[in-house]
Design a binder for this molecule. Structure first.
Ligand SMILES: [Zn+2]
Length: 251
């Protein structure tokens, strides 16, 4: 049994297809079931599609909850157009979402909309929800850029996803006890480097299922099994579970 901290559902580009492909809750859950995943955090890539409204995101979340129950921990992927649609963010009180996800390469929250981001984070902070940021090397995505946010909300739990760049992430996690990271979309090579760093027991197993198909031709279940294998070569499922639970405030 293992927990996955980084899963998506919804419309997403698929290599060889002209228009975004729909990864339904059932399809995504099927892969997770075949691979023995007990619990997972899932957010919808539909947030990136301008014609999709909050109602549709909610319907999809309800469907995932219906078929996966409490195994699914749903995060609301907040993009600029969904913020514009409802600035009061009444979805926060729907009871459906356990956290919020931000992706700088899709909405420039950190580099261009910092004031609004802070306003939003204040609201999230009142509800002790967890927050996920896409992380990487680009401006506004790197751990050093995001560190100021972790410092400002010391009680809030953050997943600075993708574990990259590792050296920088390690430093931020050493300083900020409220920062977790995950192994989503880590290359085979990076998996072998990961154990060389001290993740403070806050490294979560994550995969990015099913977004691989946007970049490569692969079978979801086969690819997922490779991620599991990579993880199990160097970490234990128990490590993944305890980091996952502490991130979500599950005792
Ligand atoms: Zn992702």
């Amino acid at each position: 049994m293992i927990c996955d901290a980084h899963v998506h559902m919804g419309y997403y580009a698929r290599k060889g297809y002209n228009s975004p492909y729909y990864y339904s809750p059932r399809r995504v859950l099927g892969v997770l079931n075949r691979c023995g995943v007990s619990e997972f955090i899932v957010s919808s890539t539909c947030s990136q599609i301008d014609s999709i409204s909050i109602d549709e995101i909610m319907r999809e979340a309800v469907e995932m909850k219906r078929i996966a129950g409490n195994r699914a921990h749903i995060f609301f992927w907040l993009s600029w157009h969904l913020y514009q649609e409802d600035k009061r963010m009444s979805w926060l009180d729907s009871g459906l979402f356990e956290g919020v996800k931000f992706h700088e390469l899709e909405t420039q929250w950190v580099t261009r909309k910092e004031k609004t981001l802070n306003k939003i984070l204040e609201r999230i902070n009142e509800r002790s929800m967890s927050v996920m940021f896409h992380c990487g090397r680009s401006e506004g995505c790197c751990p050093f850029d995001l560190r100021q946010i972790a410092r400002r909300y010391p009680k809030m739990h953050f997943n600075f996803a993708h574990c990259a760049p590792m050296r920088e992430m390690e430093e931020v996690m050493q300083e900020c006890a409220n920062v977790w990271t995950d192994t989503a979309y880590l290359s085979d090579n990076d998996f072998t480097k990961a154990p060389c760093f001290d993740w403070q027991n806050r490294l979560m197993f994550g995969t990015d299922l099913p977004v691989w198909q946007g970049h490569e031709r692969c079978y979801l279940t086969a690819k997922y099994r490779i991620c599991l294998l990579n993880w199990r070569k160097v970490f234990s499922d128990l490590d993944a579970m305890s980091a996952f639970n502490s991130f979500l405030h599950i005792l």
